[in-house]
Design a protein around this ligand. Structure first.
Ligand code: F6P
Length: 381
């Protein structure tokens, strides 16, 4: 049976969103279905309801791109980061009238199902709306934080790992030229996946993630200084430190620039340790720190081949689930293949973890990657 489906991207953007949209439109078009792209997450339904856009404007065509001249026909969506639909970080669905209008927007479009490409926060909020409005939804996990539960991978994560890894490579040479300690603050919200993966791949000497070092105290700083001193003794005069933004200061509070905070603490501690005149610390006097915040660069870049592949498989799976009318599922990556998990289970887990103020899918401190980092001599606190 021909279907009419919608797709929206919600929450912080990440590389690969357009590749997902492309995959969904291609797979659905092959079945003869219609696909509607909802602009700015659920905000698009509101716009529709308030007459600010018309349903026909939202129709996505398989070859909807319109490049000039000989470039016509290039399948550009595969390569573009951002989202052609726009995304919404903070909605206002707690307002009942707004929630009602959004719910009505879905109904007015006469959709059979909606594909929600979102992270843990968006999935939580949109699942509730879907329950109220009796929508049929399929979730697709996306986030550079990789913190959506029940999936080993979220779209966009691997490209962000490549971006940070490449920044570490670039910083290595300037660090080495000046015998400096380079601190790189990376995103990840309350999870350390991005810092851990890129830190290992990028040859970091120290990786600080909230799962292992929730906050920076003087013992930790002292150990970092000691680690740097040992590196110097062994002939490596510079160091790379990756710190996840979720790591907190000595008072257990979040810092906007935790990398700068860390640099300041290392400067102070290395100076104090030098004054002790202990031979292992005597070289520390010359430590110079510099901090770099990679920021939203991590959310952009050409989606890696891995993320494009993930987008293709996730998109196909979402369309297959709709064809089977197996709704209210999250498309996931588990054990090397694409699968699905019931959204009620996933969202219950997310809600519980959010209520406890903890990350829904943290790094496993006893996992293989942490063990690998330690075996490589990386200091993790
Ligand atoms: O969740 C993705 C993410 O990039 C986090 O890593 C980061 O903490 C946050 O979003 C930044 O949000 P914003 O784009 O609102 O500054």
């Amino acid at each position: 049976m021909n279907k009419r489906i919608g797709i929206l991207t919600s929450g912080g953007d990440c590389p690969g969103l357009n590749a997902i949209i492309r995959a969904v439109v291609k797979c659905a078009s092959q079945k003869g279905w219609e696909v509607y792209g909802i602009p700015y997450g659920t905000e698009g339904f509101l716009k529709l309801e308030r007459g600010k856009c018309q349903s026909d404007d939202l129709k996505l065509k398989e070859h909807g791109y319109d490049l000039p001249g000989l470039l016509q026909g290039i399948d550009i969506l595969q390569f573009l980061s951002g989202s052609i639909l726009g995304s919404l970080s903070k909605g206002n669905t707690e307002d009942k009238a707004i929630a009602q209008a959004i719910i009505q927007g879905y109904k007015d479009l006469e959709l059979d199902a909606l594909i929600v490409v979102g992270g843990d926060g968006s999935l939580d909020i949109i699942y509730d709306l879907a329950q109220q409005g009796q929508w049929n939804i399929i979730g697709i996990p996306k986030t550079i934080d990789n913190d959506v539960p029940f999936t080993e991978r979220s779209l966009g994560f691997r490209t962000a790992v490549d971006t940070v890894t490449s920044a570490l490579y670039d910083l290595t040479f300037t660090a080495a030229s000046h015998d400096r300690t380079m601190i790189v603050q990376v995103m990840g919200r309350n999870a350390g996946h991005l810092a851990l993966h890129s830190g290992i791949a990028g040859g970091a000497d120290v990786i600080l993630i909230p799962e292992l070092t929730p906050q920076i105290d003087s013992d930790l700083i002292k150990n970092i200084c000691l680690h740097i001193a040992q590196l110097r003794w062994s002939g490596r005069k510079f160091a790379l430190i990756v710190v996840a933004e979720g790591v907190k200061n000595s008072q257990g509070e979040k810092e906007k620039y935790i990398g700068d905070y860390l640099a300041e603490q290392i400067d102070k501690m290395s100076h104090q340790l030098c004054l002790t005149n202990k031979p292992e610390f005597c070289d520390l006097e010359t430590i110079e720190t510099r901090s770099t915040v990679l920021g939203h660069i991590q959310r952009s870049g050409i989606p890696s081949s891995y993320d494009r592949l993930l987008a293709a498989t996730f998109g196909k799976k979402a369309v297959d689930l709709i064809a089977e009318e197996n709704y209210n599922q999250l498309v996931v990556w588990q054990n090397g293949e694409v699968q699905n998990q019931p959204l009620d289970k996933v969202v219950a887990h997310i809600k519980q973890r959010h209520q406890q103020g903890v990350c829904p899918n943290p790094v496993n401190p006893d996992g293989f990657l942490v063990a690998t980092a330690r075996s490589l001599g990386i200091y993790l606190g």
